[in-house]
Design a protein around this ligand. Structure first.
Ligand code: B3K
Ligand code: ZN
Length: 894
């Protein structure tokens, strides 16, 4: 396969104005009649029409009703000597029952579903399968009425009725033009929760959430989230729902989270179904943001779409930004917004930063790809969202909303580029830093890699000045050796020694400005001088994480403790705690002799954590974030050479030490936070549950460990209490936290609780996923996780074919459990290579995701490094590898 280059873009040689599709749905052989009106694009030199197809059986092709000659070249159907405008009819068949890739038309639980983004429509019919070809669709579905009573497609239902032989039909017309990747159909035995709503303008809309018959009691939260999303987009950006009917349909076989098909979103059940007995607080908040995300695509993605797939972040980065803002706005209070921001940044730094430093590093707007499905990445999504967020920071909230309005004025109904987006935001804000610096700002789209922002401070007591020397650099990434400086918005505040916020006055400014401000760094090196500073301050830099960079500042412990205790910026307050923990972890990892029983954490750190835990004013959710140690993955990213076992051992030791040292405080925290009243998944009560869960896990750890607090009879009661909690819990969050406390402390009661949990939830696939994931992600003890995972693969409930189940067991082990996966005997890597190859045989997209688990192999210490390489080479040597996996492994070995 050859790489596709962004620079090679050319407009399509033909436009497709209308598409009339007729489906005779049958799992074994579905017949598709595709009747289109096409027109030559006069701006492009005359050339044959080349339509994409994949795994289709072609029966007949008619041009203006007449048979015609055609060629099949590779996967394309080629027609020559065409009139300037014509009708084209194509008859094909396909086999949805055998479609294991879950792209195109497939069967799940006896129902039909489609997934067309990015290039799945060509698996349904021959087409110009590219996002810049936008057409009007009408769709007729015909199927057996008893087996498939519900027939859905995009837009409005215009006709339906019975046919012969127990069949029936439905005809749908989509009033909006769209690219084919937004086409969808669903057919099956489904039921819907319905809600009628009124828009601000007084228009009525019908919202529907379709699920399998037994799942209706789990749709309330998704429907509420959808109603919130509709209202929010109208209130915040003036974007109203443009459809009479908006449908969400859930399927349990889905390659990713959800899909924004126009008017007919198709969702992974994981992001729809929830009730308190089966879903955790995290599930509830994920559902809210994914329902929001897909709904927001209705404008950012569907009304205005991408010119080509290199522009993917145009819709994804922007829509992630919108869903993040939505969740923050719904969270309400400043402290709850901050918690959401910290969670988003944590994801960016543990998933995107490594991607940006590894073999798959690519700009937010990539320059080339072999398989586009490999570029639905944390870079395109999460870093892309940070780029949009920086724009908002530079033009302000109101300025950003103005920019979005201009973007729709200019581009509604069109397929455009990231440049068009940035231009609209800048043009709506003339004179802003964004408008002035636009060409340089756009380096965020073109340059890969995480910039490093280095800062150092000097206090001059005599001159009463504090000078920040700031420099930026960005490491080389594949194909991009040198980098030009970025535009970096930098939130800054200065704290006095007592922790009070100081007014800020830069040299040359007339008067001080109270509180924090955002400075804009544009040069490789810059100096910022604050005047009128009476004593050496503690700088709080990159407040709110105003740019996706690594901030290097040589803080003293004392400075970090001041920030942790006093910073008015919650993000940097949390960050100070992370830095304190991180430097202790790194020091212990580096210590040549690490005697058994050595302690990584000193009293100052422990006392600081105790103060946070006992703090009378801080939110429970925030405390839980501060008291969570940096992950093994995040610690690994800070090191040049990674010994995963060493990191695991040190972090586990720190966890145990924190558990023991704060045993009384954990007990207090558990007892004061465990009862949160009637279950509600709001930020306050879910924060309380999170902290109580963390406390319980620590108390179980104390009981399991050695030392004075363990042997005292007091500590040994906790596993029993956790087991009781596990049995009695009134909601899944508390129940799973209790189970996880037993599993992660390695207590014998886990062996009783796990089968009990399975028995309780054996009929609920999403809960079983949690059961598999918990075991595959458990802290490794003497290499016990891999054998458990291999054993679980033989469990009657396990199947690699279902992506959620594969993720719950295989990905939880290979991608989310470094201590269990990186084994000195290489058995984890052997297991990984077996699963990648096995998955690739039927679902290359999911296989390629798993293949990414060894992205960072070159950083590993021996013997891991050689063993990892060997495993990747083994995968690369498989002769019939998909393009998806081939691209990932060849980049890893390049
Ligand atoms: N746009 C889809 C992702 C499609 C992935 C195709 N491999 C979901 C989303 O981002 O909303
Ligand atoms: Zn999206």
């Amino acid at each position: 396969a050859t790489a596709i280059q962004r620079a090679d873009y050319s407009a399509p040689a033909y436009w497709i104005d209308t598409v009339d599709l007729c489906f005779d749905l049958d799992p074994a052989k579905t017949r598709v009649l595709n009747r289109m009106f096409l027109r030559r694009n006069p701006e492009v030199p005359a050339q044959p029409l080349k339509l994409d197809g994949d795994e289709l059986n072609l029966a007949r092709v008619l041009v203006n009703g007449q048979g015609t000659s055609f060629k099949i070249e590779g996967t394309q159907l080629v027609l020559d000597n065409l009139p300037d405008a014509f009708e084209l009819e194509i008859f094909t068949t396909c086999c949805p029952a055998k479609n294991t890739k879950l792209m195109g038309l497939y069967v799940s639980n006896d129902s039909f579903f489609t997934q067309c983004e990015a290039e799945g429509f060509r698996r349904i019919t021959y087409f110009l399968d590219r996002p810049d070809v936008m057409a009007s669709y009408s769709v007729t579905l015909r199927a057996d009425k008893a087996k498939y009573p519900v027939l859905l497609s995009n837009g409005n239902l215009v006709a339906h009725g019975p046919l012969e032989d127990g069949r029936h039909f439905a005809k749908w017309v989509d009033p909006h033009r769209k690219p084919c990747y937004l086409f969808a159909l669903v057919a099956g035995q489904l039921v819907a929760r319905e809600q009628r709503i009124l828009s601000r303008a007084g228009k009525e809309h019908l919202l529907q959430v379709y699920v399998r018959a037994g799942d209706l009691d789990k749709t309330e939260h998704a429907m509420n989230s959808l109603m919130h999303a509709v209202a929010w987009d109208e209130a915040r950006f003036g974007l109203a729902l443009d459809l009479e009917r908006f449908m969400i349909v859930a399927t349990s076989d889905f390659n990713m989270g959800a899909m924004e098909n126009k008017g007919l979103n198709i969702f992974n059940t994981k992001y729809v179904l929830a009730n308190q007995a089966t879903a955790t607080d995290t599930d509830y908040s994920n559902i809210e943001s994914v329902v929001g995300h897909e709904y927001f695509h209705n404008w950012t993605g569907d009304r205005v779409t991408c010119r080509d797939w290199f522009q993917l972040s145009l819709k994804e980065g922007l829509t992630v930004f919108r869903d993040q803002e939505f969740s923050q706005d719904l969270a309400g209070e400043a402290s709850a917004r901050a918690v959401k921001r910290i969670e988003d940044v944590r994801l960016l730094r543990t998933a995107q930063f490594p991607e940006d430093a590894g073999p798959m590093a690519h700009p937010v707007r990539p320059d080339s790809y072999i398989e586009i499905n490999n570029f639905y990445t944390v870079t395109v999504y999460e870093k892309g969202a940070e780029v949009v967020r920086m724009m908002q920071t530079l033009v302000g909230r109101a300025g950003f909303a103005r920019g979005l309005t201009l973007y729709f004025e200019r581009h509604d109904g069109h397929a455009v580029t990231c440049d068009d987006f940035a231009q609209a935001i800048a043009d709506a804000n003339p004179g802003s830093a964004l408008a002035t610096l636009l060409p340089q700002f756009k380096r965020w789209y073109s340059q890969a890699g995480t910039p490093r922002l280095h800062a150092s401070g000097t206090y001059d007591a005599q001159a009463r000045t504090y000078t920040l020397a700031v420099s930026q650099s960005c490491p080389p990434t594949p194909g991009q050796p040198p980098k030009e400086p970025f535009v970096i918005p930098m939130g800054v505040g200065l704290l006095g020694q007592d922790g009070q916020e100081l007014p800020l006055q830069l040299a040359g400014e007339a008067a001080p400005v109270p509180g924090q401000r955002t400075l804009v760094i544009t040069q490789a090196t810059e100096t910022l001088t604050f005047v009128g500073v009476d004593a050496e301050p503690v700088p709080s830099i990159l407040r709110g994480f105003t740019a996706p960079v690594v901030l290097e500042f040589d803080y003293s412990d004392a400075q970090l403790l001041t920030l942790l205790a006093h910073d008015s910026d919650p993000f940097n307050r949390w960050e100070a705690g992370q830095r304190l923990a991180l430097r202790r972890a790194i020091k212990s990892i580096a210590a040549t002799a690490y005697p058994a029983g050595a302690t990584a954490l000193d009293d100052a750190y422990i006392e600081a954590m105790r103060s946070v835990l006992r703090h009378p004013l801080l939110d429970a959710a925030f405390k839980e974030l501060v008291l969570t140690l940096p992950s093994e993955t995040y610690i690994a990213e800070q090191l040049d050479v990674v010994d995963p076992q060493r990191i695991h051992a040190v972090r586990e030791a720190m966890r145990a030490q924190l558990a023991h040292a704060l045993a009384d405080d954990w007990q207090w925290a558990y007892e004061t936070h465990r009862d949160s009243g009637a279950y509600r998944p709001d930020p306050v009560s879910s924060g309380r549950r999170a902290l109580a869960g963390m406390a319980l896990a620590n108390l179980c750890l104390v009981a399991q460990g050695s030392g004075p607090s363990a042997s005292s009879g007091q500590a040994s009661v906790w596993p029993g209490k956790a087991y009781q909690r596990f049995k009695d819990a009134g909601n899944m969050t508390d129940r799973l936290n209790a189970l996880s406390a037993l599993v992660s402390s390695g207590h014998a009661l886990a062996a009783q609780a796990l089968p009990r949990f399975h028995a309780l939830f054996k009929d609920d696939a999403l809960v079983l996923d949690k059961w598999f994931a918990l075991q595959a992600g458990a802290p490794d003890r003497d290499g016990n996780v891999l054998p458990a995972v291999r054993q679980l693969m033989k469990h009657p409930d396990f199947t690699l074919r279902n992506p959620n189940r594969a993720r719950s067991l295989i990905f939880s082990y290979c991608s989310a459990n470094p201590g269990g996966f990186h084994r000195a005997d290489a058995a984890g890597y052997v297991f990984w290579s077996e699963r990648v190859m096995e998955l690739d045989g039927f679902n290359p997209q999911v296989a390629a995701r798993l293949a990414r688990a060894l992205d960072r192999w070159t950083k590993l210490a021996e013997p891991y490094r050689s063993a990892a390489r060997e495993a990747i080479v083994r995968v690369a040597a498989k002769p019939d590898l998909s393009n998806d996996v081939r691209e990932v492994v060849s980049r890893a070995l390049a």
